[in-house]
Design a protein. Structure first.
Length: 173
């Protein structure tokens, strides 16, 4: 296996282990009621057994303004989000933290969108995101080096070299 293919596989497996697995349940998000106060929060990738605990204002039944959201799966914490919410959706500047990494930057509907930094184990992406994936100018830095360029839907192509972040290598053509 070539080093660039190993890099792509490392990035892919890291992403899938902590974030993209949440997309298995449905393609469409849903509102979830906070377990403590019943305040609704948006979950862009709902899965069975997920609940949420909201700390912040609740306006007309929806999370609103600055606050923190703890996501639980089968009663165990797996993600903590901090930032701004509008009508139950994390939007604007914010942070999302998982056991294996984090994201800090612009968010729309609870997903990275705009400029941000995502760190996953030994890999770090700095740049533009769209709908949760690297899209636009950005750089991945990992143990094999730094890879910069214009990303498209989580793929960076440099000649015959393909590097992925947040997507399966099969989607990079």
């Amino acid at each position: 296996m070539k080093r660039s293919e190993g890099t792509a596989l490392l990035l892919l497996s890291t992403w899938l282990s902590c974030y993209a697995a949440t997309s298995q349940a449905t393609e469409v998000g849903a509102f979830v009621n906070d377990t403590d106060g019943g305040c609704k929060v948006w979950n862009p990738h709902p899965m069975a057994g997920e609940t949420a605990k909201w700390t912040g204002a609740c306006v007309n039944g929806f999370a609103q303004g600055a606050g923190s959201l703890q996501w639980l799966r089968d009663g165990k914490a797996f993600e903590k989000d901090d930032g701004e919410w509008d009508h139950g959706r994390q939007t604007g500047r914010g942070m999302q933290n998982w056991k294996t990494g984090s994201y800090e930057g612009s968010l729309v509907d609870g997903e990275p969108h705009g400029n941000g930094v995502m760190t996953l184990q030994s890999a770090r992406y700095v740049g533009e995101f769209r709908k949760g994936k690297p899209n636009g100018a950005g750089t991945v830095t990992n143990l094999q080096g730094a890879f910069s360029g214009t990303w498209r839907d989580g793929c960076l192509t440099r000649g015959k070299q393909k590097i992925t972040f947040a997507v399966s290598s099969d989607t990079c053509r």
